[in-house]
Design a protein around this ligand. Structure first.
Ligand code: TXA
Ligand code: MG
Length: 336
C-alpha cells in the first residue's frame, strides 16, 4: 500500500479515508496517533496489524467534545467532569465504564473505555468531520519510541497505512496521562503523562499511582504497561547523576570499544567536556518539559547514529519529570 503524506490543506482526503475504513496517522499535542473509525471493527483491526500490536492491549478513543465522550460511558462522575473542564482538550485520558457502539477490539473486551479529547486543531477537525470517535494508539511500530514528527511515523509505518497528516512536531512530546476514574473517590494514574499529578490534585485532591511491580506486570490495570515500550534497538542506560561516576562509566564503556551516545541536557554535556561525538541535547537542565519534548526524537536519532549504547540523563520525578522518567526507565529496563 502506498502511504500518502498530506498537508493540513488536504485534510478532506483523510476524512474520506477514515469514512472508508482506512487507517490514517494524525498529529495530536502529545504524539502522533494512528487513527481509525472506532465503531468499525475491520478498520480497528488494521491499526493492530500496522503496528504489530498485541490484541489484548486496548486503544484510547479520541473525541471532539465532552458530549461525544458521554455517548460511550455509563456515567460521567462529577469528579471526572471537573478533570474534563480543567484539562480538556488536553493530555489527560479518562478510563470510565463503557457503553455504546464501539468495536470490541478497541477495549480488548474490558468493561472500561479510555477516552480523551486531544488539544490539536487538526485532530479535532478530523474527528469532527469524520463524525465518529477515532481509536488511536501512538503511531509507532509496537515497542518503538512514539513518533513526535510525521517523519517518525513514515519511517515506522510506510507502506502499512493509507496516509499521514503532517502537522509538524508535537508539543508535549510524551503521551497523555491515563487516569482511572471508574472509582471516582480513588482517581488512579495508570500511566503518567502530559497532565501532571500535581495539576490533577489541584482539582481532585489526592490522586493515586498504580504501581507496576513484577507480579502486576502480568495483570496490570493498564494492559499496555506490560509490553516492551519506548525502546530503540540499542541498549539504553541511565547516566549516574554524579559527574565523576558518569565519566567513569563512559570511560569504562569506551575501554570496551563501545561507542557511547549521550542523551543529556546542555549543562551536563558541557560539564562532561564533550566526551562523546554522538550526542543529542535535551535542552536546559532543570527544564523537564524540554526533555519530555525531545526524549523520543533523541532516542530515535541516537539509534540511527554510530552509537552502540545510549546513556540518558535522569530528571527529578516531579511534574512532567515523572512521565519522562517513566518512559526512560521503560526504555532502559527491558532485557534486550
Ligand atoms: O497521548 C496519547 O495518549 C497518545 C495519543 C495518540 O493520543 N496515544 C497513546 O495510545 O499513547 P497508546 O495506545 O500508545 O497507549 C494507550 C494506553 C495503553 O497503555 C493502554 O493499555 C491504556 O492506554 N488503555 C487503553 N484502554 C484502557 C482501559 N480501558 N483501561 C486501562 N488502560 C487502558
Ligand atoms: Mg504507545
Amino acid at each position: 500500500m502506498k502511504t500518502e503524506r498530506l498537508t493540513k490543506k488536504e485534510l478532506a482526503k483523510a476524512v474520506n479515508w477514515i469514512k472508508d475504513g482506512e487507517v490514517v496517522a494524525f498529529p495530536t499535542e502529545t504524539v502522533y496517533g494512528l487513527g481509525a473509525d472506532a465503531t468499525n471493527e475491520e478498520a480497528v483491526q488494521k491499526i493492530f496489524q500496522a503496528k504489530g500490536r498485541p490484541a489484548d492491549n486496548p486503544l484510547i478513543i479520541h473525541v471532539a467534545s465532552v458530549e461525544q465522550a458521554e455517548q460511550y460511558v455509563t456515567c460521567f462522575p462529577e469528579e471526572a467532569k471537573r478533570v474534563v473542564s480543567n484539562f480538556w482538550p488536553g493530555a489527560c485520558t479518562l478510563v470510565l465504564n463503557k457503553k455504546g457502539d464501539i468495536a470490541s477490539s478497541v477495549t480488548a473486551d474490558l468493561n472500561t473505555i479510555a477516552i480523551r479529547m486531544p488539544n490539536h486543531p487538526l485532530a479535532l477537525e478530523l474527528i469532527e468531520q469524520a463524525g465518529v470517535p477515532l481509536a488511536a494508539p501512538s503511531a509507532n511500530s509496537s515497542g518503538k519510541p512514539s513518533p513526535t514528527t510525521a517523519d517518525h511515523v513514515y519511517k515506522d509505518l510506510n507502506g502499512k497505512i493509507r496516509g499521514i497528516i503532517d502537522g509538524g512536531a508535537t508539543g508535549v512530546g510524551l503521551e497523555s496521562t491515563v487516569l482511572d476514574m471508574t472509582d471516582p473517590k480513588k482517581p488512579t494514574i495508570l500511566r503518567p503523562g502530559g497532565v501532571t499529578s500535581e495539576q490533577l490534585e489541584t482539582v481532585l485532591g489526592k490522586v493515586y499511582h498504580e504501581k507496576t511491580s513484577d507480579s502486576e506486570l502480568f495483570a496490570p490495570k493498564s494492559p499496555g504497561m506490560k509490553y516492551r515500550h519506548y525502546s530503540p534497538d540499542k541498549p539504553v542506560y541511565i547516566l549516574p547523576e554524579n559527574l565523576e561516576q558518569a565519566e567513569k562509566l563512559i570511560g569504562a564503556l569506551e575501554d570496551k570499544k563501545e561507542c557511547v551516545g549521550l542523551l543529556v541536557s546542555e549543562d551536563t554535556f558541557e560539564s562532561l567536556g564533550s566526551l562523546s561525538s554522538n550526542h543529542f541535547l535535551l535542552g536546559r537542565k532543570g527544564y523537564p518539559e524540554e526533555a519530555a519534548n525531545r526524549l523520543y526524537e533523541g532516542l530515535r536519532k541516537l539509534d540511527e547514529s554510530d552509537a552502540t549504547v545510549i546513556l540518558a540523563e535522569a530528571y527529578d520525578k516531579t511534574g512532567i519529570g515523572r512521565a519522562y522518567m517513566n518512559r526512560l526507565e521503560k526504555a532502559a529496563e527491558w532485557l534486550k
